[in-house]
Design a protein around this ligand. Structure first.
Ligand SMILES: [Zn+2]
Ligand SMILES: [Zn+2]
Length: 216
Protein backbone atom coordinates (compact mmCIF):
# COMPACT_ATOMS: atom_id res chain seq x y z
CA UNK A 1 0.00 0.00 0.00
CA UNK A 2 1.32 3.43 -0.96
CA UNK A 3 0.47 6.69 0.80
CA UNK A 4 1.18 10.13 -0.69
CA UNK A 5 0.55 13.35 1.21
CA UNK A 6 -1.05 15.75 -1.25
CA UNK A 7 -2.09 18.62 1.05
CA UNK A 8 -0.28 19.82 4.14
CA UNK A 9 0.97 22.88 6.01
CA UNK A 10 4.50 22.04 4.83
CA UNK A 11 6.20 20.91 1.64
CA UNK A 12 8.27 17.71 1.68
CA UNK A 13 9.13 17.23 -2.00
CA UNK A 14 10.83 20.51 -2.90
CA UNK A 15 11.48 19.36 -6.49
CA UNK A 16 7.76 19.43 -7.30
CA UNK A 17 5.89 22.73 -7.84
CA UNK A 18 3.44 21.90 -5.09
CA UNK A 19 1.91 24.43 -2.70
CA UNK A 20 1.65 24.29 1.06
CA UNK A 21 -1.49 25.46 2.79
CA UNK A 22 -3.19 24.85 6.12
CA UNK A 23 -5.08 21.58 5.75
CA UNK A 24 -4.52 17.89 5.13
CA UNK A 25 -5.08 15.29 2.45
CA UNK A 26 -3.48 11.91 1.84
CA UNK A 27 -3.88 9.59 -1.15
CA UNK A 28 -3.99 5.86 -0.40
CA UNK A 29 -3.29 3.42 -3.22
CA UNK A 30 -4.04 -0.24 -2.52
CA UNK A 31 -3.99 -3.12 -4.98
CA UNK A 32 -7.64 -2.59 -5.94
CA UNK A 33 -8.61 0.91 -4.85
CA UNK A 34 -7.52 4.54 -4.79
CA UNK A 35 -8.78 6.44 -1.77
CA UNK A 36 -8.45 10.07 -0.78
CA UNK A 37 -8.44 10.77 2.94
CA UNK A 38 -9.50 14.41 3.46
CA UNK A 39 -9.37 17.09 0.79
CA UNK A 40 -7.52 20.07 2.29
CA UNK A 41 -8.97 23.58 2.39
CA UNK A 42 -8.85 24.79 -1.22
CA UNK A 43 -9.88 22.70 -4.21
CA UNK A 44 -7.50 24.58 -6.49
CA UNK A 45 -4.47 23.73 -4.32
CA UNK A 46 -5.60 20.11 -3.97
CA UNK A 47 -5.97 19.57 -7.72
CA UNK A 48 -2.76 21.47 -8.51
CA UNK A 49 -0.74 19.41 -6.02
CA UNK A 50 -2.11 16.13 -7.39
CA UNK A 51 -1.27 17.26 -10.91
CA UNK A 52 2.29 18.20 -9.89
CA UNK A 53 2.70 14.81 -8.21
CA UNK A 54 1.43 13.02 -11.38
CA UNK A 55 -1.71 11.75 -9.65
CA UNK A 56 -4.83 11.38 -11.77
CA UNK A 57 -7.75 12.33 -9.46
CA UNK A 58 -10.14 10.52 -11.84
CA UNK A 59 -8.80 7.23 -10.42
CA UNK A 60 -10.10 8.00 -6.92
CA UNK A 61 -13.01 5.68 -6.14
CA UNK A 62 -13.38 6.28 -2.40
CA UNK A 63 -13.24 9.53 -0.44
CA UNK A 64 -13.10 9.74 3.35
CA UNK A 65 -13.61 12.98 5.28
CA UNK A 66 -12.18 12.66 8.80
CA UNK A 67 -14.29 15.44 10.28
CA UNK A 68 -16.39 18.40 9.26
CA UNK A 69 -13.79 21.15 9.39
CA UNK A 70 -13.03 23.24 6.33
CA UNK A 71 -9.31 22.39 6.29
CA UNK A 72 -10.31 18.73 5.69
CA UNK A 73 -13.49 19.02 3.63
CA UNK A 74 -12.94 22.31 1.74
CA UNK A 75 -11.60 20.66 -1.42
CA UNK A 76 -14.48 18.21 -1.73
CA UNK A 77 -16.62 20.14 -4.23
CA UNK A 78 -13.68 20.67 -6.60
CA UNK A 79 -12.73 17.01 -6.25
CA UNK A 80 -16.28 15.90 -7.05
CA UNK A 81 -16.05 17.69 -10.40
CA UNK A 82 -13.18 15.45 -11.54
CA UNK A 83 -14.13 12.15 -9.87
CA UNK A 84 -16.64 9.69 -11.31
CA UNK A 85 -18.74 7.23 -9.32
CA UNK A 86 -16.92 7.45 -6.00
CA UNK A 87 -18.14 6.47 -2.55
CA UNK A 88 -17.93 9.12 0.16
CA UNK A 89 -17.54 8.21 3.83
CA UNK A 90 -18.16 11.09 6.20
CA UNK A 91 -19.70 11.75 9.61
CA UNK A 92 -22.02 14.45 8.36
CA UNK A 93 -24.64 14.42 5.65
CA UNK A 94 -24.48 15.77 2.16
CA UNK A 95 -22.78 14.75 -1.02
CA UNK A 96 -21.15 17.19 -3.44
CA UNK A 97 -22.48 15.52 -6.60
CA UNK A 98 -24.99 12.96 -7.83
CA UNK A 99 -22.25 10.54 -8.85
CA UNK A 100 -20.82 10.49 -5.31
CA UNK A 101 -22.61 7.97 -3.12
CA UNK A 102 -22.77 8.90 0.56
CA UNK A 103 -22.20 6.61 3.52
CA UNK A 104 -22.70 8.30 6.89
CA UNK A 105 -20.18 6.63 9.19
CA UNK A 106 -21.13 5.71 12.72
CA UNK A 107 -19.51 2.42 13.76
CA UNK A 108 -16.11 0.94 12.84
CA UNK A 109 -16.39 -0.52 9.35
CA UNK A 110 -14.39 -2.01 6.52
CA UNK A 111 -14.01 0.35 3.55
CA UNK A 112 -11.80 -1.93 1.44
CA UNK A 113 -10.18 -5.28 2.28
CA UNK A 114 -7.20 -3.44 3.79
CA UNK A 115 -8.71 -0.13 4.93
CA UNK A 116 -10.98 0.33 7.96
CA UNK A 117 -12.46 3.34 9.68
CA UNK A 118 -12.42 3.62 13.47
CA UNK A 119 -16.01 4.85 13.19
CA UNK A 120 -17.19 8.06 14.79
CA UNK A 121 -15.17 8.94 17.89
CA UNK A 122 -16.20 11.66 20.34
CA UNK A 123 -13.97 14.71 20.08
CA UNK A 124 -13.71 18.34 21.04
CA UNK A 125 -14.82 20.57 19.39
CA UNK A 126 -15.99 17.97 16.83
CA UNK A 127 -16.20 14.19 16.43
CA UNK A 128 -13.83 12.53 14.02
CA UNK A 129 -13.05 9.23 12.30
CA UNK A 130 -9.56 7.94 11.52
CA UNK A 131 -8.46 5.27 9.08
CA UNK A 132 -6.67 2.08 10.02
CA UNK A 133 -4.59 0.64 7.17
CA UNK A 134 -3.30 -2.91 6.90
CA UNK A 135 0.37 -2.61 5.90
CA UNK A 136 2.88 -5.45 5.46
CA UNK A 137 4.01 -5.39 9.10
CA UNK A 138 0.82 -4.38 10.87
CA UNK A 139 -1.78 -1.64 10.98
CA UNK A 140 -1.16 2.10 10.49
CA UNK A 141 -3.42 4.79 11.88
CA UNK A 142 -4.09 7.76 9.59
CA UNK A 143 -5.57 10.73 11.47
CA UNK A 144 -6.90 14.08 10.25
CA UNK A 145 -6.60 16.38 13.30
CA UNK A 146 -6.96 13.91 16.21
CA UNK A 147 -9.70 15.94 17.92
CA UNK A 148 -10.79 12.84 19.92
CA UNK A 149 -7.21 12.54 21.25
CA UNK A 150 -4.53 10.19 19.97
CA UNK A 151 -5.07 7.74 22.83
CA UNK A 152 -8.74 7.23 22.03
CA UNK A 153 -7.94 6.87 18.32
CA UNK A 154 -5.15 4.33 18.89
CA UNK A 155 -7.27 2.36 21.39
CA UNK A 156 -10.12 2.16 18.86
CA UNK A 157 -7.66 1.13 16.12
CA UNK A 158 -6.22 -1.67 18.26
CA UNK A 159 -9.62 -3.34 18.18
CA UNK A 160 -9.13 -3.67 14.41
CA UNK A 161 -5.50 -4.87 14.39
CA UNK A 162 -2.00 -4.58 15.85
CA UNK A 163 -1.03 -0.92 15.49
CA UNK A 164 2.57 -0.34 14.37
CA UNK A 165 2.39 3.16 12.88
CA UNK A 166 0.74 6.55 13.25
CA UNK A 167 0.52 9.30 10.66
CA UNK A 168 -1.33 12.57 10.19
CA UNK A 169 -2.45 15.59 12.20
CA UNK A 170 -1.85 14.98 15.89
CA UNK A 171 -2.95 18.41 17.12
CA UNK A 172 -1.55 19.15 20.62
CA UNK A 173 -0.78 15.52 21.43
CA UNK A 174 1.90 15.18 24.12
CA UNK A 175 1.43 11.72 25.66
CA UNK A 176 4.64 10.65 23.95
CA UNK A 177 4.91 7.31 25.78
CA UNK A 178 2.06 6.10 23.52
CA UNK A 179 4.55 6.07 20.63
CA UNK A 180 7.13 3.88 22.32
CA UNK A 181 6.13 0.55 20.80
CA UNK A 182 5.50 1.83 17.27
CA UNK A 183 7.67 1.30 14.17
CA UNK A 184 6.67 4.54 12.44
CA UNK A 185 5.40 8.01 13.36
CA UNK A 186 4.71 10.70 10.76
CA UNK A 187 3.51 13.87 12.48
CA UNK A 188 1.84 16.13 9.90
CA UNK A 189 -0.56 19.06 9.45
CA UNK A 190 -1.58 20.57 12.82
CA UNK A 191 0.82 18.55 15.02
CA UNK A 192 2.10 21.07 17.58
CA UNK A 193 5.02 19.07 18.96
CA UNK A 194 6.66 17.82 15.74
CA UNK A 195 10.19 18.75 16.88
CA UNK A 196 9.76 17.01 20.22
CA UNK A 197 8.57 13.84 18.46
CA UNK A 198 11.61 13.88 16.12
CA UNK A 199 13.90 14.41 19.13
CA UNK A 200 12.39 11.66 21.25
CA UNK A 201 11.95 9.10 18.44
CA UNK A 202 14.66 9.80 15.83
CA UNK A 203 14.69 6.23 14.50
CA UNK A 204 10.97 5.84 13.87
CA UNK A 205 9.78 9.39 13.13
CA UNK A 206 9.77 10.95 9.72
CA UNK A 207 9.11 14.49 8.46
CA UNK A 208 5.93 14.79 6.42
CA UNK A 209 4.55 17.41 4.05
CA UNK A 210 3.23 17.62 0.49
CA UNK A 211 4.91 15.01 -1.72
CA UNK A 212 5.94 12.66 1.07
CA UNK A 213 5.47 9.02 0.03
CA UNK A 214 5.19 6.23 2.59
CA UNK A 215 5.07 2.57 1.55
CA UNK A 216 3.53 0.37 4.19
ZN1 LIG B 1 -10.26 20.04 12.82
ZN1 LIG C 1 -7.08 20.24 10.64
Amino acid sequence: MKLTIVYDNEIYNKEASVEKDWGFSCLIETRDDTLLFDTGTKGRVLLNNMNELSIDPGRINKIVISHEHQDHSGGLVALASVVEDAELYRLGRGTPGETIKLTTVKKPQKITTTVWTTGRLKGSPVDEQSLVLNGKNGWYVLAGCSHPGVKQIVDASRKIGKVVGLLGGLHDFDEFSLLEDLDFVGPAHCTKHKKKIYELFPKISSACGVGKIIEI
